[in-house]
Design a protein. Structure first.
Length: 155
């Protein structure tokens, strides 16, 4: 139900009355007025006839995501933004602070000390995560060996 111009690619039925598809010889089709001539249905177009018209790709054919390269670029841009924010933090917090660690005493700018503490926390988190990944890989290896033994016993 569009109000724009009609497409000439497909036939449009303008007869409000239904057409009987099985007319008998010598009679007019049922449901069609006597004054309207019977028009044959247009032949379907072949592929060569429609080749001159550009075909638009369907929505399903278009890949929605970017892929690995796009993900890497997004990660690099976000990393650069975080580094700029950290640099601003360190520059704004350049007040000297005295720290004691296992009897050693040293002076560092407050921003640098907090950045080092954050890095140390990230390293501890990575260490704990790595231990858990190794545990899971050992468990998976054991389960696969058990599965292979069961499959060999069934055969």
């Amino acid at each position: 139900m569009s109000t724009g111009p009609e497409s000439t690619d497909r036939p449009v039925a303008r007869d409000p009355q239904p057409i009987d598809p099985t007319p008998t010889a010598g009679t007019e089709p049922v449901g069609r007025p006597a004054e309207q001539p019977v028009e044959p249905a247009p032949a379907p177009r072949r592929r060569a006839e429609t080749a001159e018209q550009p075909r638009t790709p369907e929505i399903e054919d278009v890949k929605a995501g970017g892929g690995k390269t796009a993900g890497i670029w997004i990660a690099l841009i976000l990393g650069a933004v975080v580094l700029i924010l950290l640099l601003i933090f360190v520059i704004q917090n350049n007040v000297k602070a005295t720290f004691e660690y296992f009897g050693a005493q040293f002076d560092l700018p407050l921003g640098v000390a907090m950045l080092l503490a954050a890095i140390a926390g990230a390293l501890v988190m990575a260490l704990v995560g790595s231990v858990r990944i190794v545990q899971l890989s050992w468990t998976i290896r054991k389960l696969r060996k058990t599965q292979a033994k069961i499959q060999n016993a069934v055969r």
